[in-house]
Design a binder for this molecule. Structure first.
Ligand code: FES
Length: 321
């Protein structure tokens, strides 16, 4: 664990998530062992399809990819991953290295290409370089974001703060206080409140015996966590190429006109928060809008407005009962 932290000294880079896509069990287990010993969080996928399934469920910082798989060509998997999650780093590991496949892998954005067999040191050196690249990518993204006019964060309402202690009491009862429970605890708090009040981070750090800076780093690194309140419903509009071509910008402009919010903002009545994503991986049904967990296919400005107005009315009715 210590070595991994030394290589990645910036707090948000702790605990990188790595997916190994490798169909030979002995090789996969060997890689897993080496990386786990270094403190990385590692998942395994024995087929290309299972790797893509993993990526559809969560973000990984690094994909270690074999090329010959029983179902899909490894290069195809890399292409899909890079399309849907361009900030994922990739290291190719192959027993059938050729110059043309190395060139192809690099063109697809792989940071390294290791021919089997390779040593643990060669692997670790490639992993560290790849994760440093990821850090640079994120920093670049962060700088780009800074160039945008800042969106003021919402402040918690008094009733939010009243519920915090109630939720924390449940957490103390349900969890035993190990470091491994950190993410489930953050998820629980967010599921109940819709965000994680900064005031709870220190309590969670003490409970899980984790440095407060690390807890803060994790809560700010993962996109799923929010440290500020959001609207009752989260509306995500895809701005990927397929959706853009089919009118995503018109949908965003309709939302802005009708609900008075731009991406990153929350409507004045705190009913909706608007976000954009690079691609949901559902380009065949573009343009895609996701409202909370519900995927809306082939949307247009009118349909989007109607869906949101319907939710707005439903909530108003509930509030009046
Ligand atoms: S571009 Fe892929 S879902 Fe929108």
């Amino acid at each position: 664990m210590e070595q991994a932290r030394e290589a990645l000294p910036v707090e948000p880079r702790i605990w990188p998530q790595i997916l190994i896509m490798e169909d030979e069990m002995s090789v996969a287990k060997g890689l897993e062992l080496v990386l786990s010993d270094e403190g990385y969080t590692v998942d395994l996928a024995m087929t290309g399809r299972s790797a893509l399934d993993n990526f559809s469920q969560k973000a990984f910082d690094l994909l270690i990819a074999d090329l010959r798989l029983p179902d899909i060509d490894g290069m195809e998997v890399i292409k899909k991953v890079k399309n849907s999650r361009p900030d994922t780093e990739v290291i190719v590991v192959t027993g059938y290295s050729t110059v043309s496949s190395a060139v192809e892998a690099m063109k697809l954005g792989a940071t390294d290409y290791l021919s089997k067999p390779f040593t643990d040191d060669e692997l670790m050196s490639a992993v560290r370089v790849a994760l440093q690249e990821k850090k640079a990518f994120n920093t670049g993204a962060a700088e780009a974001a800074v160039a945008e006019p800042p969106v003021p964060a919402l402040e918690p309402l008094p009733e939010d703060l009243q519920r915090v202690q109630e939720i924390m009491t449940q957490v103390w009862k349900e969890f035993s206080g190990t470091r491994e429970e950190l993410i489930p605890i953050l998820q629980k708090v967010q599921n109940h409140l819709g965000f994680i009040p900064e005031s709870t981070l220190e309590e969670i750090a003490r409970f899980t015996r984790t440095p407060a800076a690390s807890v803060y780093g994790i809560a700010t690194f993962y996109e799923q966590f929010r440290l500020h309140p959001v609207g009752r419903h989260i509306v995500k509009v895809c701005r990927g190429t397929a959706c853009h071509v089919k009118g995503a910008e018109r949908i965003l402009s309709e939302i802005e006109t009708r609900f008075g919010m731009s991406p990153g903002q929350t409507s004045d009545d705190r009913m909706f928060t608007l976000e954009t994503v690079a691609c949901f991986g559902s380009c065949a049904i573009a343009p895609v809008v996701v409202v909370d967990d519900s995927v809306k296919a082939r949307m247009n400005p009118t349909k989007t407005r109607e869906v949101m107005e319907g939710m707005d009315h439903e909530n108003q009715d509930q509030d009046q009962q």
